[in-house]
Design a protein around this ligand. Structure first.
Ligand code: ADP
Ligand code: ZN
Length: 618
């Protein structure tokens, strides 16, 4: 069988996604690889397809117990023999699994890194033919990353104990230079093929909404998307509980997740969400690690997260099935204050790594910088996707047309003259004040606080009095985004001149600012538009198609209950929609449907065909 046969037969896909094929080819040539691909890009296929073509077993090291179970379920569903070995199993179960593994039962075995050192596992590994060792979430091996796991270091000594060195493939979604170096170096990859797949997720719409009426926005949005599954992230447990109650009060099918709930409740709520028993999940960032629910249509952020890394990871849980989905961040200036507080009170002893004082101060500065970049994302009037990609080290030259800034009308205004006055004001004030004092001074405002600072004595006082103060604030913000100004990374946020201030002063750097043109569309039209894009996959169907879709969805739910599997593991929505538009009546036609492979056909094909035939006959 070729890799294409495997992709079609077991996974039901017609073609590889960008990047997948190159990784697979390299592995099949016997080379080590490191692949950096964003969440949802399809990393699993990159090692699962070669695993089936290599002669021996592939071990997959993964830190997440929940993820292992999900993956193994999905593989078994596809007719691939796979198992997992971790602490969720009893000793007897583990012994049994190892016995079957030694007997050659499994092509793919997921293991937790701690397990590698145990005598039982080592005994098995020494006598088995291990063709490949795959390290998932490989960034966990780096002390530079946010999720360092000491147990990942055990992988290296494990490899050294094996008689024949297997191919090593490492996968991660974290792309910073240090982390990449660590993965290659610490894991001891030998002349690895390195692949970095674009971080762009084209099916995701990115939006920032500056609104003080966040509750109303969320409620409207969720009500306008009643049939869709979505996640709403909040910064605090309190907000989670509040929103949860609000949505519940309005009859939304909602559940919640945060560290204040008991283990059982968290487990139950998570399952309710995964199994589509509850469509909406309100959660803190404790939720989501290892969640591979493919039909999440939107991710809303009630609060701004602490970094773009966090934001992109959380938002990236939308649209893993590549269908159009939306990621909208609700922003208010208050969020910056909350986050600064959280950063300052962060427990620095994470994962038992002792952080010396010097180190923790450096870490603190890094956190502040990350927060600043996150904040700028909320303020920029440039294309949001460009901003994100630039942050992750990629350049995209054209505006995307699919973010809230691209869809907003702006007029470009040359504000160089105002910028020069702003810089002059900050200089006269010896860079000792924050944005509101500076803006108030330039506008010539007469507030008690300003009088207290005697700002009217500065030459710059009222030098921009023809402009509304709010607009001065916006221009100053823009100057920060452009690094003409910088705010000190502490809670005072004092304005200082940035690296590009000189160029503005000597006239070599004109400052162009995009001012919102029309008034922002009101919430109704936003919802309308959002609704359109998130329903678009159903839009491709006519009314008959939608009726059939509902019938197929019912059948899928029934099978899901029978087999105790999440519905999307049986068939993705996309597959059901494709069935509705192709209305296959026989096996051959059914195999043309996206996501229907030979094995899944054997299991479910006939039942779905029956429903379709019955529908067509009527
Ligand atoms: P990652 O681990 O990179 O976050 P996954 O491996 O979970 O991503 O894949 C994300 C989704 O994309 C899954 O639903 C998977 O089935 C789907 N997928 C992967 N490869 C393909 C492909 N070649 N064609 C269509 N869908 C794919
Ligand atoms: Zn854009």
């Amino acid at each position: 069988m070729t890799k294409y046969d495997i992709l079609k037969r077991y996974f039901g896909y017609d073609c590889f996604r960008p990047g997948q094929e190159a990784v697979i080819d390299m592995i099949l040539q016997g080379r080590d690889v490191m692949a950096v691909m964003p969440t949802g890009a399809g990393k699993s296929v990159c090692y699962q397809v070669p695993a089936l073509l290599l002669s021996g077993i592939t071990l997959v090291i993964s830190p997440l117990i929940s993820l292992m179970k999900d993956q193994v379920q999905a593989l078994n569903q596809a007719g691939i023999h796979a198992a997992y070995i971790n602490s969720s199993l009893s000793e007897t179960q583990i012994a049994k699994a190892l016995q079957l593994a030694a007997g050659g039962q499994y092509k793919i075995i997921y293991v937790a890194p701690e397990r590698l050192e145990t005598a039982g596992f080592l005994r098995f590994a020494m006598h088995a033919e291990i063709s490949m060792l795959t390290v998932d979430e490989a960034h966990c091996i780096s002390q530079w990353g946010q999720d360092f796991r000491p147990s990942y270091l055990k992988i290296v000594s494990f490899i050294n104990q094996l008689e024949t060195r297997p191919i090593i493939s490492a996968f991660t979604a974290t792309a910073t230079k240090k982390v990449k170096e660590d993965i290659v170096c610490v894991l001891g990859l030998q002349k690895p093929g390195v692949f970095v797949t674009g971080f762009d997720r084209q099916n995701l719409y990115f939006g920032v909404e500056a609104t003080r009426k966040k509750d109303a926005y969320i409620l409207d949005y969720v009500q306008a998307h009643r049939d869709a599954s979505g996640i709403i992230y909040c910064a605090t447990r309190k907000n989670v509980d509040m929103l949860y109650e609000l949505l519940q009060l309005h009859g939304i099918s909602v559940t919640r997740y945060h560290a204040g709930l008991t283990n059982e409740m968290r487990q139950q709520n998570q399952e309710d969400f995964i199994y589509d028993v509850c469509l909406v999940m309100v959660a803190t960032n404790a939720f989501g690690m290892g969640i591979d629910k493919s039909n999440v249509r939107y991710v809303l952020h009630y609060n701004m997260p602490q970094s773009l890394e966090n934001y992109y990871q959380e938002a990236g849980r939308a649209g893993r099935d590549a269908e159009p989905s939306e990621c909208i961040l609700l922003y208010s200036a208050q969020d910056v204050i909350i986050n600064r507080y959280l950063i300052e009170h962060k427990d620095i002893k994470e994962d038992g790594i002792d952080t010396a004082d010097g180190q923790s101060q450096a870490a603190h500065m890094r956190d502040e910088e990350r927060l600043q970049m996150m904040h700028n994302y909320c303020l920029t009037t440039d294309c949001l996707r460009q901003y994100l990609l630039r942050y992750f080290g990629e350049t995209q030259l054209t505006d995307c047309g699919n973010c809230s800034n691209c869809q907003q009308e702006y007029e470009a205004v040359d504000v160089t003259a105002a910028a020069v006055k702003i810089i002059a004001c900050i200089r006269q004030m010896h860079q000792r004040y924050g944005i509101h004092v500076v803006a108030g001074t330039l506008a010539g405002a007469n507030r008690a606080k300003l009088r207290e600072y005697h700002v009217s004595e500065y030459e710059a006082y009222a030098s921009l009095s023809e402009m509304p103060e709010a607009e001065i604030v916006q221009i100053i913000t823009h100057l920060q985004v452009e690094q003409i100004l910088q705010a000190t990374p502490d809670r005072y946020a004092l304005l200082k001149l940035g690296p590009k201030a000189g160029a503005v002063l000597d006239g070599s750097y004109p400052v162009i600012y995009k001012r919102r043109y029309a008034a922002k569309p009101d919430a109704d039209s936003i919802n309308h538009q959002a609704k359109k894009s998130s329903r678009s996959k159903l839009d491709s169907l006519d009314s008959q198609g939608i009726i059939l879709f509902e019938k197929l969805r019912e059948l899928r739910a029934q099978i899901a209950r029978e087999e105790k599997m999440p519905p999307y593991i049986i068939f993705a929505d996309k597959s059901l929609v494709d069935m509705c538009s192709k209305t296959p009546l026989a096996k051959e036609q059914m195999l043309q449907v996206n996501g229907v492979g030979e094995y899944k056909y054997q299991k479910y094909g006939e039942r779905f065909l029956m429903v379709i035939r019955e529908f067509v006959n009527k």
